[in-house]
Structure formats: C-alpha cells, structure tokens
Design a protein around this ligand. Structure first.
Ligand code: AMP
Ligand code: GLY
Length: 425
C-alpha cells in the first residue's frame, strides 16, 4: 500500500508540490487542503483552510495520513507541526519555535550574528527612539523591517533618513503591521543580485535545491510595488556560488544554531540571499518552499520528492542526494489586474489546454476555482504560473512566454521580462 499524503495549502507552490508528489511510485493517495482547480486534477481536495490546524489534525487522523507536507508559513507559525507530532503524525515542516526563523526577523538576525552567518549589519530596536538612532548610526540608506510576519509588506528600503523615520513611525507608532511592527530591525542596505536558496532539512543535515531567483516587483524592469513574486528562474543564469559553499557558510550553521536552542528545524529552510561583491549575505529566512521559486525548481528535479521528504521526516537525510535535469526553467506568473492592490475575481480562464500542450510547458494553478458553469475562473491575485523548460535561459523563457500567450482572462497582468537579460538587482 502506498503512502497517504496530505498537502496543506492552495497556491501555485502547492500545485507544483502536488504535481511532483503525484509522480512518486511510493504514493498511495494524495489529499490537498484546501487545494485549487489545478490541484484537483492530481489530488483529492479537502475543504479545510490551511490555518485550520484542529480541522486538519482531525482529518489526518481520520484518513490515516502517513505524511503531511506544509506549504505556507502561517500554519507553521500557528503550531501545526507541533500538534501533528504530538499526535504521533509525521509532518514535513518545522515546529512553531523553529518557524520563528521566519516569524521573527530579530531572532533570525540574532542567530546569524551568533553563528557568524554573513548578513547586513543591523540593530534590533524595541522603541522608535532606538530605531531612529540606529538608522543614523548605520546609514542612510538603511532597511527598516517589522519584526513579525507582515505579508511581505513589512520591509522598507529607505534611501534617506526621512524615509527611514517615516517607516519607523508607521511600524512602531501607527502599528501599520499590528503587533508585528512593535519591534523592528534596522539594517544597512546591501546591493547585488538576489537568489533564493532552498534546502530540505532533517534537523541536522541540509539538502540544498538548485538556487533560483524570483522577480518580486510588479512591473517590468523591477519597477512598481513588491508582490508575492511575478516569476522565477532556476538555476541562476549566471551560475552563482557553489552549493557546498552555501551549505557550509549558511545552511549548516543555521541548523546547528536552531538545534542548539532546542528547536531543530525539520522542513524546508529557505535563505533569501543578496550576492554582494563581498560574497553572499542572508536577507531573510523562510520556513517553507518559495512561491513562485518552487514552480521553477521542481520541474528540474529528477529525484523522487516524496522519497526525500519521507527520509527527512525520519531524520535520515544522510547519504541522500538529488538528481537534476540539465537546462533551465522559467515561470511566468499571470496575475489579476490591479494585483498586488485590489483586484476583481471570477473571470473565466481560457486557453489552459493549449498552454499545457505548448513545448516544454507546465501550467500551475494558484488563484483559480471552478465557476458555476464548470470552467476555471480566477479567484486570487496570482492566478497561474506558466513554467517552461529549455536548454538555455533564453529557450526556457521563450517557451514560457509562448505558453503564457495561449491563456486569457479578464484583466490579466504579467511581467514580460522574467528570465531576461536584465537581472533584478
Ligand atoms: P525580506 O522580507 O527581508 O526578504 O525583504 C524583502 C525584500 O527587501 C528583499 O527581497 C530585498 O529585495 C529587500 N531587502 C531586504 N533587506 C535588504 C537589505 N539589507 N538591503 C537591500 N535590500 C533588502
Ligand atoms: N518568492 C518569495 C517567497 O516565497 O517568499
């Protein structure tokens, strides 16, 4: 009998995970909560929210789930992995305490400083006066970061002291991010190209995935507001630092530090890097797969993902290696008009089959649902991720855009420079 797997989440990242897990010969049955219209083609969707920890636990017990894989950070920070482990269930995802590496930027910086992990010079500040002083001491330009989770909106890169002071007031005095901003990290601004380093971990060992790059800004040429990610490319077109070096410099010291604090990290450790002239430095950690990096990384993975995740939750990553296809993958996100601001949903999506039949292409659903007539309709800000494989970055990019051009829906918005020559800096 194959494994019964529960995947938690319902975005593009989870569709890529579901698509990959569904290919495993070890799989018996795949469930996804809540899933989306695309995930429903490879998994049985369960109508439970990703943050409904009690409901998910009851379902996992009832259904006899062998392994739960958590996509988003919110359920981890709420303690989903702790609740499942206490109930004797296997889960790929860190405990609430270990997930604080993402949930608290102050903690992440303290761990980095304590372990000699390269990062921007910083101060953790508990009062606005301290933060203003830190901004003057370190910069400008400086970066002001709300300590807690702020849906990607808690980071301000401030060119001047006035901008820094405004960001400090917003977070600390106007509580724009609620309790998340009562403490802030002020740090020096770094420059360089960004890279996302994701690693599967068993608490002690790290198995890095091929590094990827996401394109965070809404508009071409890296202009416009920050988004969850408008596209991605994997591996880095310019090569980037060797994985062994990144493991030794960043991943292993982080795992050791967390284990040393009594909260070993078993799950997906994601280091957001700036590749500076002085070498790679960590901007942030996340406790989960990146979105949309995952949609470009997993199509290149030849190894059985389920086998690797099952080994990780058993604490047995020793000797496990990953096999990769040669070439590149580019993922172009198709978003709702207005995203990341307000947008309308419920538009009929056409051309999905033609896009899927396009050479080298895969279509991952993010914000989609079935409409009243049975067709696929838009239901979120990021609607689809169209990934294509190619021998070169240029071929992957051309194929991704050729497939993306098949798809239409009202208000469709996308970037036209994903995987292109100009690197987002
Ligand atoms: P974070 O959530 O910490 O990754 O920050 C979000 C984005 O802000 C990053 O992807 C960078 O583009 C930018 N950023 C964060 N920290 C810095 C820094 N120290 N220097 C320059 N840019 C930064
Ligand atoms: N693409 C950035 C993230 O997943 O946090």
């Amino acid at each position: 009998m194959g494994l019964k797997v529960l995947l938690v989440g319902g975005g593009g990242r989870e569709h890529a995970l579901a698509w990959k897990l569904a290919q495993s010969p070890l799989l018996g049955q795949l469930y996804c909560a809540p899933g989306n219209a695309g995930i429903a083609e490879v998994a049985e969707c369960v109508p439970l929210g990703a943050e409904d920890v009690g409901g998910l636990l009851a379902f996992a017990r009832r259904a006899g789930i062998d392994l739960t894989v958590v996509g988003p950070e919110a359920p981890l920070v709420l303690g989903l992995a702790d609740a499942f482990r206490q109930a004797g269930l296997k889960v790929f995802g860190p405990s609430k305490r270990a997930a604080q590496i993402e949930g608290s930027k102050a903690l992440a910086k303290e761990i980095m400083a304590g372990s000699g992990i390269p990062t921007a010079r910083f101060r953790v500040c508990g009062t606005p006066a301290q933060a203003r002083e830190a901004a003057r001491e370190l910069g400008p330009p400086v970066v002001v970061k709300a300590d807690g989770l702020a849906a990607g909106k808690g980071v301000v890169v401030a060119a001047t002291l006035e901008e820094a002071d405004r960001a400090i007031s917003q977070a600390m005095e106007e509580a724009a991010f609620g309790a998340s901003g009562l403490k802030v990290v002020v740090e020096e601004r770094l420059s360089g190209a960004e890279a996302s380093l994701l690693a599967i971990t068993d608490g002690r060992r790290a198995l890095p995935l091929l590094p990827a790059r996401d394109y965070k800004r809404a508009l071409d040429g890296d202009r416009g507001p920050n988004t969850g990610g408008m596209g991605s490319i994997c591996p880095l077109p310019e090569g980037g630092p060797p994985l062994d070096m990144l493991s030794g410099l960043i991943l292993l010291p982080t795992l050791n530090a967390l284990a040393g604090r009594g909260c070993p990290f078993c799950g997906l450790l994601y280091a957001g890097l700036m590749l500076t002239a002085e070498g790679p430095k960590v901007l942030e950690f996340n406790a989960r797969f990146g979105d949309p990096e995952t949609q470009a990384i997993l199509p290149l993975l030849e190894s059985d993902l389920l086998e690797v995740l099952a080994a990780a939750v058993q604490g047995c990553l020793e000797g496990v290696g990953l096999r990769w296809s040669p070439g590149f993958a580019v993922c172009v996100v198709l978003a709702s008009g207005g995203y990341p601001g307000p947008y309308k949903t419920g538009f009929e999506v056409s051309g999905l089959d033609r896009a899927r039949a396009s050479p080298g292409a895969l279509v991952f659903h993010a914000g989609t649902a079935r409409g009243p007539g049975g067709g696929v309709v838009t239901s979120g800000g990021r609607v689809l991720g169209v990934t294509a494989l190619g021998a070169t970055p240029a071929q992957a990019r051309e194929r991704a855009y050729a497939a993306a051009a098949c798809i239409e829906f009202g208000g469709l918005q996308r970037r036209n420079d994903i995987g292109g020559e100009g690197m987002p800096l």
